[in-house]
Design a protein around this ligand. Structure first.
Ligand SMILES: [Fe+2]
Length: 324
């Protein structure tokens, strides 16, 4: 077994006992004597697994677990609550705080190792998945970097579509999908030649057909990642229009996934408020006026557009992108 384990207990004898058992298995162990210092050690040393006592001074184990599990940076690290409490209520509280497992005191050696082994395996898989995501994000940023007009666009689009999604009450899963889609939605442009991607002025019908392939190709690139299941429809359908005149599938109205309709509004606004070789950057008021016309023509979702208009202008003014 390999991995770094953070053992948190206010009782020094308990800490040492767990540490000895784990070090004997070849594992790296770090310890903390209370909840507050455990969070500092976690941030500093980024362990692969946390064994967490429940009753401790300052912050108890439930609260430490809740904090780790509510932070997107730390929530994928498994946490096991090690407790003398056996009541059902405490188990339920532990589950609610996001714990991945429980061990009862006094800790049984083989039960401890079985838990540790399976959760370290899980963490190794999660890390692998994160690496795959990082590769996709890096590729998406390279594509964005080819076009000097769209610098920083992906980050802005990602952050702002999440805020718009929150505004209209999307679920947490949908918001996570939007955050990812904001970064990778144009990843299919990797196959579009720069002569087309950066062409000033109008595209020929043939060039436009090449551009139109990017949502389908983007979907194909990201499809092997199971965690991107909710991201794929956003990638594929971010250029559809409500009246069916968009691409690649000519979907109409609510056939277009809600999350894709959210991303579109921010994407279009971004294109309008960003300077391009063939156009100046329009002001917020001008952009919203143009978009309102397009909503009336049946391009974009009226309800989502209204929610977008109500959002603070400072934030939306900071958005900006290519609709390509
Ligand atoms: Fe696109």
């Amino acid at each position: 077994m390999a991995g770094k384990i953070l053992v948190v207990d206010d009782d020094a004898a308990n800490r040492e006992l767990l540490q000895e058992s784990l070090v004997a298995e070849g594992l790296e162990v770090i310890t903390a004597p209370d909840g507050r210092s455990s969070l500092e050690e976690f941030a500093r040393l980024k362990p692969d697994l946390v064994l967490l006592d429940v009753n401790m001074p300052f912050l108890d184990g439930f609260e430490v677990c809740r904090r780790l599990k509510s932070n997107p940076e730390t929530r994928l690290t498994p946490v096991v609550l090690v407790t003398g409490l056996t009541g059902r209520e405490d188990r339920v509280r532990g589950i609610k705080s996001g714990a991945d497992g429980f061990l009862s005191k006094p800790v049984d050696h083989s039960e401890l190792l079985a838990h540790v082994r399976s959760l370290l395996n899980l963490k190794a898989h999660t890390d692998e998945l994160e690496r795959a995501e990082s590769v996709l994000f890096a590729l998406a940023r390279c594509i964005e970097g080819k076009d000097p007009n769209t610098e920083g666009h992906c980050e802005r689009l990602s952050g702002y579509s999440v805020r718009l999604g929150e505004e209209i009450g999307l679920t947490e899963d949908q918001l996570v999908a939007l955050r990812r889609a904001g970064i990778v939605h144009d990843i299919g442009k990797v196959a579009v030649p720069e002569t087309i991607l950066l062409k000033p002025g109008r595209l020929t019908p043939e060039e436009f057909r090449v551009i139109q392939q990017h949502p389908v190709l983007g979907e194909r690139i990201c499809a092997p990642l199971k965690s991107f299941r909710l991201v794929l429809p956003i990638i594929r359908h971010h250029h559809e229009k409500l009246d069916g005149s968009g691409y690649p599938d000519g979907l109409k109205g609510e056939e277009i996934p809600l999350t894709a309709r959210v991303l579109q509004i921010v994407d279009v606004y971004d294109a309008l408020t960003t300077q391009r070789p063939y156009k100046r950057a329009f002001s917020r008021a001008e952009a919203l006026e143009m978009m309102e016309e397009e909503v009336k023509k049946g391009c974009w979702d009226a309800g989502i557009f209204q929610a977008f208009c109500k959002m603070p202008s400072g934030a939306s003014a900071a958005a900006g992108h290519t609709a390509g």
